[in-house]
Write a protein that binds this ligand. Structure first.
Ligand SMILES: [Cu+2]
Length: 281
């Protein structure tokens, strides 16, 4: 009897904890309301199954408790019960997976008018690169990284000259404009995560991963690294500010392009390095 009661209390406690929890999501700031809906659907399904299973267990513990002279019947197989359980489980799992697949399709289908923004992660800071006036990011190579070229931009590529380099500083994005985040890491696994955007993705050295989103409200949001990446992992934080078009433009005008950062004095050295790397490959 006491066990049955404890089981019922576990269900009531768990449901109340979820319903009254102060640790819910931060208010959303992107177009990915679907991600929230998918999570809510999963909570409902797993919550209902959890409650049903534990309450059934409590019922059985109470209903079939020990009585003098009563003997348990042994019934190892029941075709009917197994068919039902298989069917119900299959429908439950499909109901949790289907919305996820639907959302994933949208998550990886980038709108044509999305602007590219590159995020470069390294132990333990975030840097960014914007395409500049030509709208194109120049090529880059991890072997070209040095103090004068922290993101490894190819100095021989004309598309890269006007790229805006934001080294270990805040990123600004204009509101209501879709952005495709190109994610690079130059040392170990990292993961670019802004909770309010409901989007994140692992960053893998040697490849470029991506996701897209549209910021839907202005504000200051914290960037977290969501992949354990060494002793400084917990301090690997950054700031993304979503601005009005006007504020964004004035911020952008204060940023330096790759060509400005390099300056004529260093161009020769960087070009020599690029030639050496090209010869190596
Ligand atoms: Cu990291």
């Amino acid at each position: 009897m006491a066990i049955a009661l404890v089981l019922v209390l576990v269900v009531v406690g768990s449901v109340l904890f979820h319903a009254l929890s102060p640790w819910w999501w931060t208010p959303i700031a992107s177009n990915w309301g679907y991600i929230d809906s998918t999570l809510v659907a999963t909570f409902w399904i797993t919550g209902a199954v959890f409650s049903a299973v534990v309450l059934f267990m409590a019922y059985c513990v109470y209903r079939f408790r020990h009585k003098e002279g009563q003997k348990a019947a042994y019934e190892p197989e029941s075709r009917k019960l197994e068919s039902w359980l298989t069917l119900v489980t299959a429908v439950g799992v499909a109901a949790m997976l289907a919305p996820g697949l639907y959302v994933w399709k949208q998550f990886v289908t980038v709108p044509k008018d999305a602007t590219e923004v590159e995020v470069v992660a390294q132990q333990w800071q975030w840097s960014y690169r914007l395409p500049g006036a030509d709208g194109k990011l120049g090529t880059s190579n991890a072997r070209l990284i040095n103090a004068d070229n922290p993101l490894g931009i190819n100095p021989e590529d004309p598309n890269g000259q006007d790229d805006v380099v934001v080294e270990a500083a805040d990123l600004h994005l204009p509101i209501d404009k879709p952005v495709k985040m190109l994610l690079r890491s130059i040392d170990v696994l990292h993961d670019f995560y802004v909770p309010e955007f409901r989007a994140k993705m692992d960053m893998v050295p040697g490849m470029v991963t991506y996701f897209w989103f549209t910021p839907t409200r202005t504000g200051t949001f914290e960037v977290l690294c969501a992949e354990l990446c060494g002793t400084g992992h917990g301090f690997m934080r950054g700031i993304v500010m979503v601005d009005t078009e006007q504020d964004y433009t004035s911020w952008l005008q204060q940023q330096s392009t790759f060509a400005q950062l390099t300056g004529p004095a260093k161009v020769g050295a960087l070009a020599d390095q690029a030639k050496a790397v090209a010869a190596m490959e």
